[in-house]
Design a protein around this ligand. Structure first.
Ligand SMILES: NC(=O)c1ccc[n+]([C@@H]2O[C@H](COP(=O)([O-])OP(=O)(O)OC[C@H]3O[C@@H](n4cnc5c(N)ncnc54)[C@H](OP(=O)(O)O)[C@@H]3O)[C@@H](O)[C@H]2O)c1
Length: 296
């Protein structure tokens, strides 16, 4: 059955999911509301359906309403939606945030809607690429049981893998996503900054590091983190760690701090792997601790 859908906030996530569901024949998009009409119209063009509107325009009743604004705008959007009087009692209103809970949708729930959230474990940097990569994406669901059933069908129709989000520990669930996605980007930036110190242009360094990053990820997901660890900390080579920290500390203290903090986690992995001697790992621990306390 094709359900009617309106989207409040069709940016990277809203455009991607909207288009995937239209392509799968799962929804008919009625309206798309962004902050500017030009942005709403661009989203409608990408999705291929939907009347572009902005706040102040009348909303029509829809079976599904997706709020995919930035996290900070979800609560205010829900409040305005509840006050619009357009919600049918069976309407499903959901947001897409991993960080914001269902409490942000309390106004629409009080107005009679069924509420849920759908958090896709995928980096939506560019909608075209996110669409192509979407099949197989794990999508966390939380909320009203009927709303979750409706979202489960939508997720499945475009190749996603629905799963129940943890009721307790949601903050850790989302922190995990931030670490492995957003902070991985930041880590690669740290590598590019180091490469610049060695005289490489960004594009050259990016091409050089790509194979290293992807082969490391392959190893992690085949063998696990402890077995995938290579390099000076896996070998227990304390002098390499000392000299690299000494070079980085004065030239790029921010990157040196990342090197030290992640080195400490790598030490735990190295101990689990068991290739390096305990004495060499102790030596590396002293070097990292000294850097943390600012002792040369
Ligand atoms: N990006 C990711 O990788 C990712 C992954 C999983 C979950 N999420 C979640 O998905 C949600 C959307 O993220 P995103 O990355 O797609 O954000 P985004 O690209 O910044 O898009 C947000 C959209 O919301 C619109 N908007 C903002 N405030 C609004 C308001 N008050 N009323 C109507 N529209 C409003 C913006 O309109 P204008 O274009 O007119 O400014 C923009 O089109 C967030 O909850 C985020 O946490 C994101």
């Amino acid at each position: 059955m094709v359900a009617t859908l309106s989207i409040i906030g069709a940016g990277r996530v809203g455009k991607t999911l909207g288009r995937l569901w239209v392509d799968a024949g799962s929804v008919q998009v009625l309206q798309i509301m962004n902050r500017s009409l030009a942005s709403s119209a661009a989203a409608a063009a990408f999705i291929g359906q939907g009347a572009p509107i902005v706040e102040g325009h009348a909303l029509e009743p829809a079976a599904l309403i997706m709020i995919a604004t930035s996290d900070s705008a979800i609560g205010a959007s829900a409040t305005r939606l509840a006050a619009s009087g357009v919600l049918a009692p069976s309407a499903v209103v959901f947001h897409c945030s991993g960080a914001v809970g269902l409490e942000a949708l309390a106004p629409v729930e009080r107005a009679g809607a069924r509420v849920a959230r759908l958090h896709a474990l995928r980096s939506f940097a560019a909608p075209e690429r996110a669409m192509a990569a979407f099949p197989g994406t794990y999508c966390g669901l939380e909320g009203d049981i009927d709303a979750m059933r409706a979202l489960e069908r939508l997720v499945g129709a475009c190749g996603g893998r629905p799963f129940p989000m943890p009721a307790a520990g949601a903050v850790f669930y989302h922190a995990a996503a931030v670490l492995v996605s957003n902070y991985l980007v930041a880590l690669i930036e740290a590598g590019l900054r180091c490469s610049a110190q060695a005289g490489f242009a960004r594009s050259e360094a990016s091409a050089m590091l790509q194979g290293l990053v992807t082969s490391t990820l392959d190893n992690v997901f085949v063998a696990g983190t402890a077995a995938a660890l290579t390099g000076p900390i896996a070998r227990g080579d304390a002098e390499v760690v000392r000299s690299q920290l000494a070079a980085l500390s004065p030239t790029d203290p921010q990157v040196a701090e990342v090197y030290r903090a992640l080195g400490s986690l790598a030490l735990d992995l190295s101990a689990r792997q068991g290739s390096a001697t305990l004495a060499s790992l102790e030596q590396i621990r002293s070097i990292l601790d000294a850097a943390a306390s600012g002792t040369p």
